[in-house]
Design a protein. Structure first.
Length: 269
């Protein structure tokens, strides 16, 4: 499969799952409509929007995080390549009474499609692994930012890529050649594993933490901080346990801790 075919397969995967995810308990749409936030406690604590007014969420999927940020007073835009997912996002946003601009676009074409710049660019969890060119992504972010604007990135830590799903052991190479990992998944998804689906082939790319940080710096942005966290949002392995508050998964206290998520803030001069 060439690059265009791989991205088409990924788009088909998300198009089929967007409507499924919008009705899944995993995304908590009813709670969101009732006023809850989809953002993690650490996101709310560590990133102060300050005087920012405009915001774009890249790879926004069905828009739960976009809506949560918009509720903080931001003029929000959500961008994704899946039209079916954006249809769900628009419906959920309307049900929440939040006005958001939803835009369908290939991420690499976002500066031309959006034709404006923003105070904040946000990329949330489980997004970068769907992109084949992390340096090009960073330049897209830089083009979308106003002078003095900020990138806020929250992602699953690349170290978790190398660990097996069934047992807590090193299974994959941390360093990659840039080739995609092509998977023919079983039916369903992380949010609705029991669903019957037909688009089950995906391509993902591993990016090391050094790849990501270097790409951001190489695009002319100034990295302000990088935080790592010993917990994650899904039970990647049976050894992970729910935290006391039930909101995240973490290793039991008798096991050595590893970084499972990270966040980063960078500014455009």
């Amino acid at each position: 499969m060439n690059r265009d075919q791989l991205f088409a397969a990924n788009r088909n995967w998300w198009d089929e799952r967007g409507p499924l995810h919008a009705t899944s308990p995993f995304y908590g749409i009813d709670r969101l409509i009732a006023g809850a936030t989809s953002l993690d406690d650490f996101e709310l604590a560590e990133f102060d929007i300050g005087s920012a007014r405009s915001f774009v969420h890249l790879q926004c999927h069905i828009g739960t995080d976009t809506i949560s940020w918009a509720r903080r007073g931001l003029e929000a835009t959500g961008l994704d390549f899946s039209v079916a997912s954006l249809e769900q996002a628009k419906n959920i946003g309307n049900r929440c009474g939040i006005e958001i601009r939803w835009v369908a676009s290939d991420l690499y074409e976002a500066p031309e499609t959006l034709a404006k710049t923003y105070d904040i660019v946000y990329t949330g969890k489980g997004a970068l692994n769907w992109l084949d060119d992390i340096e090009r992504w960073a330049w897209v972010v830089a083009k979308l930012l106003n002078s003095g604007g900020r990138l806020y990135l929250v992602e699953f830590h690349p170290i978790s890529w190398i660990l097996g799903d069934e047992e807590w052991a090193i299974k994959n190479d941390y360093f990659t050649t840039g080739d995609p990992y092509i998977e023919h998944d079983p039916e369903g998804s992380y949010a609705v594993p029991e669903a019957t689906t037909s688009a089950n082939t995906t391509a993902e790319w591993q990016h090391t933490l050094a790849d990501i940080v270097s790409a951001i710096a190489g695009a002319g942005l100034t990295i302000r901080w990088l935080h790592e966290f010993p917990f994650t949002e899904f039970q990647q392995s049976p050894v992970l346990r729910k935290s006391a508050d039930g909101r995240v998964y973490e290793l039991p206290p008798e096991m050595p801790r590893l970084p499972l998520m990270f966040s980063l803030c960078a500014t455009k001069p």
